[in-house]
Design a protein around this ligand. Structure first.
Ligand code: IMP
Ligand code: MG
Length: 171
């Protein structure tokens, strides 16, 4: 049986998202903000974050998938492209977790081709141990060193996204 070791509680997640949402609201007061959620892992984070951002903004999604199970395949497949016009706009990419950084690097390269005014990164979790590429994370709710975590949108083989808190999964 898999074991779920608590890492972040619902309250901790809520409190931190409130803080990050306030900071984004201050930073984007005079900007043309578009949040782009990276599917699928960011869907719960994005839905809580958008409600903590008090400046007008729009929402879109980009579909990128890099993982099978708990090990990276090293391949990134785009499954959905943004619908909104992004040229000249201020893009904030919203990720569930930055691990090696390879997914985000590919997404940034892709979004750059759409000529936005700015691109910044907001992640729920910044996981350090396996980082392979330099990524400048502008907004991070939590930093962890290592482990494989599930819950609050994060999956293992598409399961456990529904857990309201975040757990380290021991298989
Ligand atoms: P990267 O390309 O290695 O940075 O991988 C990023 C993607 O891998 C994330 O958007 C997640 O979907 C997935 N991922 C990486 N680490 C974890 C984890 O600990 N739990 C669940 N998904 C993870
Ligand atoms: Mg995933």
């Amino acid at each position: 049986m898999p074991e779920f070791i608590p890492v972040l509680s619902e309250q901790q997640i809520t409190d931190q998202i409130n803080k990050v949402g306030q900071k984004i609201s201050r930073d984007y007061k005079t900007k043309d903000l578009v949040l782009i959620g990276v599917l699928k892992g960011s869907f719960i984070f994005l839905s809580d974050l958008t409600r903590q951002i008090s400046v007008d903004h729009e929402i879109d999604f980009i579909g990128a998938s890099s993982y099978e199970g708990a090990t990276s395949t090293g391949q990134i497949v785009f499954t959905k492209q943004p619908d909104l016009e992004l040229e000249g706009r201020d893009i904030l990419l919203v990720e569930d977790i930055v691990d090696t950084g390879n997914t985000l690097l590919k997404i940034i390269e892709f979004v750059k081709l759409l000529n936005p005014k700015s691109i910044k990164i907001c992640t729920l979790i910044d996981k350090h141990e396996r980082r392979e590429v330099k990524i400048n994370v502008d907004y991070s709710c939590f930093s962890i060193e290592k482990g494989f975590i599930v819950g609050y949108g994060l999956d293992y083989n598409e399961k456990y996204r529904n857990l309201p808190a975040i757990y380290d999964l021991k298989l």
